[in-house]
Design a protein around this ligand. Sequence first.
Ligand SMILES: C[S@@+](CC[C@H](N)C(=O)[O-])C[C@H]1O[C@@H](n2cnc3c(N)ncnc32)[C@H](O)[C@@H]1O
Length: 265
Amino acid sequence: MKAEQRRHLTNLLRNVIYELTGNYYPDERMKILEYKVERLIKELRLDIETPEGIVSYFLQSEERRKLLIDLMTVPETRFFREREQLEVLFDDPLKGRTLLEMASVGCSTGQEPYTLAMMMEERGIGGTVTGMDINEKALREARAGVYRADELKDIPPEYRRFVLVRGKFLEIKPEIRRRVRFRQVNLVEGRDFEALRGRFDVVLCRNVLIYFDTRSKETALKNLGTILRSGGILVLSSTEILGREFQRLFESFKCGKFFFYRKRE
Ligand SMILES: C[S@@+](CC[C@H](N)C(=O)[O-])C[C@H]1O[C@@H](n2cnc3c(N)ncnc32)[C@H](O)[C@@H]1O
């Protein structure tokens, strides 16, 4: 495919991905998208000549749409990512809580919900953690609860008793797995969140909305608001700040150096 056609294909896919997932590839990330598209065509050995043909190939069935979504979302994560923010969350706004329903939306391969479950277990807090993501492949790995042994380095020594290292693999122990469940959702689909209305005390959505634009972010935040009980806490990554335009949904408050967001009544 010529360079011009490839650019056209990338532009078409940019729109499709946005419509399907709310993830928007701005101009400065187009190179990444181009690279992913190239890899995709090679991997699938697609013998389709035109950009429009390739796009309609992906839109032809639910199965192929899922494949595109799995390949185009960014699954990067790790255990105890931004640990200090999580410690502040448990030690300040959640201090004294003995029972919590927590959600990790955009949980990728599960390290974040398992981290939360370990922190709850360590503190004697009851309740469960629900990990949610759009990416089916990532959710399959999350449900398996088996990781590369070298991920042990991300787990602080006092939490390592919750995992088992067997050769090249690290397994999450049953007492933690049992507290975590997984569910497929699309942050821009309101109906995925209706059934969970008011269910959670805390919802984490870290390093996810950075890939959204203002419009899709607004839809996603409304959906996150739906599943929080009123007064519940939304946690974004410490590098993400909720703009003023979203503050009618959530009120920000600061603990130490971190901002958190409380769902308005
Ligand atoms: C970079 S990972 C963040 C993982 C974890 N929250 C963390 O901070 O380590 C972003 C995740 O958001 C998910 N995601 C992207 N768009 C989504 C959508 N529309 N609905 C649900 N999940 C989505 C991706 O599949 C990916 O697993």
